[in-house]
Design a protein around this ligand. Structure first.
Ligand SMILES: *Cc1c(COP(=O)(O)O)cnc(C)c1O
Length: 459
């Protein structure tokens, strides 16, 4: 391969972990100081290093350190950063026009993205889509559409659910800190139900699906009335809630209940979709065919794009002019999405996600066998996690989780934490990451456990 030009990231960036300064380095620390002065403090920073280039499975910082990327910018750059087809198509679009507004004079790429969504999402019924800018905006629109279609108001969501940071999606989101605290009042007619969280189900994982589904159905029936319920909104694999995989059988039962009562079943696949869990959409795993599906994150290789895709008769319900937005389905973002989808197909990224699970899961299970602080290893495909607890209990250990993440960061492995209790380490590598980097990342993780454990022993 030819020498990598200094300016270019993308697939040509050297695929290695390399630390040339402490983390964060001096240039990043300088920029952090500038950040404190100019950016609102409410914006959190996972890792205080500033990016210079990124591609494949690495992020290079402004000090020249090269980090292994187990985050993909929160499940966004599944096709890799600056992926060739994304850059090619978006660049070509940039030179033709940057914006006309899809509501003013539309363009073909908007249609092509909607056609791809109709092809790729579960179910062979007639589907239509609307394109938007962010995940939260997609969820908001899914609720608008479901309400209009059903003429009902109530929206059902779940414990540990995350759906965004706008007013309605804060209401739909379960966790107070940091998402909702002091930001109310929240939108009304939102009802939260138990989630089938096997690890924490009071009577044990084997009873979880059935008992949770029965509780949800009973509560909807008694507290809301199925006939008043517009939509049930659920993540097929929960993201910010801690990579919870609902107990098998729970989601199909809820979807069936929705179908029996004319409730729109909305799968929020914003984090789990687009090959992440080893299938194009996580819903496929249990044969779910959602009425409506929301997508964003992985859809466009890093450009802001989101979509609501659903049964044509539901999507067509709202009056003309009732849906839209200035930038929704921006032509550069649409071109990027077509490039990302092309890459997913060409490289068979669902298979790559399954391979990542094959490599990572056994290693994570080995770690769990060695470290009693790991309560559970879970997830599917390249959406994997460790839940950390105080040894011998199921008591969440957010402090150990934060310390582990920090130890990984200082060794050049970019990992994220998550979970209602802040005690989940999550792994979301780009699906194009090389296997050597993946294994090296796992070694760094194992080392972080050892370091942490000896620190505790030393007390
Ligand atoms: C990230 C996320 C959202 C919100 O998406 P934004 O683009 O940040 O608005 C909604 N739902 C799920 C499941 C997500 O992971």
């Amino acid at each position: 391969m030819s020498a990598t030009p200094e300016s270019s990231g993308g697939p040509s960036l050297a695929q290695q972990r390399k630390l040339v300064t402490e983390i964060p380095g001096p240039r990043s620390r300088e920029l952090m100081a500038r950040k404190q002065a100019t950016v609102a403090d409410g914006l959190p920073i996972v890792m205080p290093v500033f990016a210079r280039r990124a591609g494949g499975g690495v992020v290079e910082d402004v000090d020249g350190n090269s980090l292994i990327d187990f985050g993909s910018g929160i499940a966004v750059t599944s096709v890799g950063n600056s992926a060739e087809a994304v850059v090619r198509r978006a660049t070509e679009q940039l030179t033709r026009f940057t914006h006309t507004c899809a509501m003013v004079t539309p363009y073909e790429s908007y249609l092509e993205v909607c056609e791809e969504l109709a092809r790729l999402t579960p179910g062979d019924h007639a589907k239509k889509s609307i394109l938007l800018n962010s995940g939260a905006e997609a969820v908001e629109n899914a609720v608008k559409i479901a309400r209009y279609h059903t003429g009902r108001q109530a929206v059902v969501v779940f414990d540990h659910g995350y759906h965004g940071r706008t007013n309605l999606t804060m209401a739909l989101t379960a966790k107070n800190m940091p998402y909702k605290h002091r930001f109310g009042p929240f939108a009304p007619e939102v009802y939260r139900m138990p989630m089938a969280y096997p690890y924490r189900w009071p009577t044990g994982p084997e009873n979880c699906a059935e008992e949770a589904a029965a509780q949800v159905i009973d509560q909807i029936s008694k507290q809301i009335g199925a006939e008043n319920t517009a939509a049930i909104v659920v993540e097929p694999v929960l993201g910010e809630g801690g990579f919870i995989v609902p107990a098998r059988g729970f989601l199909p039962r809820i979807a069936e209940f929705a179908r029996e009562h004319g409730i729109v079943f909305v799968a929020d696949e914003i984090q789990s979709g687009f090959c992440r869990t080893g299938q194009w959409f996580a819903s496929e795993d249990e044969g779910l065919v959602p009425d409506v599906i929301t997508t964003a994150k992985g859809i466009a290789g890093g450009l802001p794009l989101a979509a609501v895709t659903g049964r044509a008769e539901i999507m067509d319900a709202a009056h003309v002019g009732g849906l839209g937005g200035t930038y929704g389905g921006n032509p550069v973002a649409c071109a990027a999405a077509l490039g990302a989808i092309e890459t997913m197909r060409e490289l068979d990224l669902p298979a790559r996600a399954r391979r990542i699970e094959e490599v990572m899961k056994p290693r994570l299970l080995d770690l769990a066998a060695k470290h009693p602080s790991i309560g559970e290893v879970r997830g599917r495909g390249a959406m994997l996690a460790l839940e950390l607890v105080r040894p011998g209990t199921t008591e969440p250990d957010p402090a150990a989780t934060a310390a582990l993440a920090k130890a990984c960061h200082s060794e050049g492995l970019l990992v994220l934490t998550t979970g209602t209790y802040g005690n989940v380490l999550r792994f979301l590598p780009p699906l194009v990451i090389g296997e050597e980097l993946l294994l090296e990342g796992l070694d760094v993780l194992a080392g972080a456990f050892d370091v942490l454990e000896s620190a505790v022993d030393g007390l």
